[in-house]
Design a protein around this ligand. Sequence first.
Ligand code: ADP
Length: 833
Amino acid sequence: MAELFTGDYIQINDSSGTSATIHFRNIVEWINEGIFCVNGEGKILYANDQFCRNLGYKRDEIIGSLIFDYFWNEDQIKISKQKLELRKKGLSDVYEIIMKKKTGEAIWVRLSGKPVFDSNGNFVATVTIQADITKPKLLEDELRNAKEDLEIKVITRTRELSEANLKLNEQIRERKLAEISKLHTEKRFRDIYINSPDAIYIESLDGIILDVNAATCKLHHADENFLIGKSIFDVSPPEVHEVIRKRQPKLISGEITKFESECVTKEGEIIPIEISTAKIQFKDKPALLMHVRDISARKATERLQLNLNDELEKKVLERTAELEAANQKLTAEIQAREQIQQQLETQKNFLRQIIDSIPNLLFVKNPEGKFLLANKAVADFYGKTTAQMEGHYDDVQNFTQEEIEYFAEQDKQTLASDGDVNFPERAFTHIRKNEVVWLSTTKKTIPSLTENEKNILGVATDVTTLKKAKEELALSEQLYRALAGNLPKAAMFIFDKEMRYVVAEGPLIGIVSRPKAEIEGKTVHETIRSSEVETVVNMYREILTGKEREFEQTFFGRILRINHIPIRNENGEIVYGMVMIFDISDIKQAQRELEVRAEQLERSNEELERFAYVASHDLQGPLRTIASYLQLLEMRYKDKLDGEASEFIRFSVSGAKRMQLLIQDLLTYSRLSNTPKPFATVDLSEVLNTVQSNLEATIHNSRTQINVPDNMPAVFGDATQLVQLFQNLIDNGIKFVKERNPVITVHFNENPNEWQFSVSDNGIGIREEFKEKIFQIFQRLHNDTEYTGTGIGLAICKKIVQLHNGRIWFDSREGDGTTFHFTIQKPKEETQD
Ligand code: ADP
């Protein structure tokens, strides 16, 4: 047996008689897995380097030792012992087991064992190939821990790998066994070489095929004669030639021992292959042993897998896209719905706001009296919120029992009717405002939205104001009637916007118009003659648009004053038109008579004034003569006449003097109107200076104090007349004083259109009752012996003031002084607005 393993070379004889010597070491080293042989007791007869490396021992330590010592535990040892016994009986198989390294680490191995029998059939030894499968084992664990979603793929792949692995192992086993057999029998080696399911060929270092096995022929669809002697380039597709060229030296140097490539069949079909190489001696020359495996199936599977993956990925993408599209559609649909929902909500709110802002009471009830809708006005009226009303029946509202019954009756009538049902105005107590409100209600049926029944829509309007207005109108109508009825010679017509007569009243009705019964309640068209109706309608239309007019018109010899008056309500809106007719014929007549009389008076006044002037002017001469002669008589016959005659003459002289004074004053007065002078600007300071110098002696004798403002204004007037005016007033003020020194004060005041002056004294005063009389000519309150005077002074003052478009009056308290006031109009351009 030992000599079996001592030889370094194996002679291979093929059927044709050619032989090859294969270096045993080369073969065992070429197989890069552990190989060992044990005898029947389990003693290790042979172990290759790889086996020693796998377990971490030196060959010397291993050879001769028992194989059982290298198993992990008792169980494993037991299995290996059983296997040895079975080998002796001829079993060849593959099993996995745990061995123990020198370092104490475990090593998973796959053992492919085969017995070797000699030519007599006696058991010689086992030959076992040991493959380290620790890494795959660990990988398996890792894979187990892989992610859940990859698990199926991993399992599938693992299964595929396991199957492939199994196949591979079987192939390896068979190959190895065949090879091992050839270690000691040429025939056996030849069998292994020739019958190996994997293609094996030997090529020279420059790539010429030297030998091939049957599987190689099969792979290339050619016989060995075709293949042997060909270059490897001939059996490879041109695309890989460059790669082959570069790889060849690396194969020779042993740098590359395993690679993938492609070969080409005789017909030109390209087949993917996996190649393991080993350097051998072939016919005493170094050569390369090429162990070729067809990997088309694996490649196809890989391609299939890739295709499947691609397809799956594509499908996933398609499905994802579909789902995304569907999702987008769905999202858009949801958004659209949401939008519609929002729009509906907005619309609903909008409608609700409108309904709630309606001032009328608006509600919808179902036939059982449940409020389906009640607007804010309804809720306010009953002191509730809309939410408290809606969804509830009449009986939980703030209604009285009587109201509930009344409303039920209304609803009954409404449901029985087709159209609007108007209910008479009725008073209710407004719960919130606590006041009586008149409501006018209209109800009608409306179809229910959801059920096949009718609901009731109600609208109630607050007619309190209208009702009051009607009442007030009735009252004012009465007033109008009373007024017009009692006005003498008047007629009154009131008409509404439709030009229908509401009132026709007054004694002239039936005289200037048709009788009352034919007017009231009738329209203008029904009452006025067609030839005049257009004029009247136009006139009435003007009144109704606010035109007020007053004009006179004759009517069968009578004079009528006609007033057009628009009648407005409290808001200023025109609600009626009124025409008032007064018969003013009598008034007109009286007025005309008055005017005639005034004219006559004016004329006689003028004549009188002329007469007074002429008389006073012409009387002065004779009077002067009388007075002169009387004085002459008195002088010349003073001693000849007795005392009585002298007295008479003195009286006559005094009378004549007084008459002279009277006539002078009268002449002054007459001149005022008969000899007018143009007005000019007059400085009143100068006027008052003149007055004071004219009255100098009087002022001095009576010890009068006169107060005049420094800033007396200038006025527009007649200077002489103004001197006369102030002089008369101041003179009177000095004259009518008793038992005190006179004090005269002048004041002035400026008004927009006139100047106002006053002259006050501290005299005897004038009683109120004489306020008119003292300004009349020749009117005096005292006799001449008490206070001298002619009674013309104030008449002159009045006349002067009148000529200056002013007024004169006085304030006085008897015994306490008098203040005379007068005004002088400013010239037009000077007046202030
Ligand atoms: P006469 O002064 O010449 O009597 P007037 O016309 O000036 O005439 O006055 C009329 C009358 O008015 C006077 O007689 C006098 O009784 C009364 N009277 C006028 N001025 C005053 C006055 N300042 N105080 C009191 N009485 C006056």
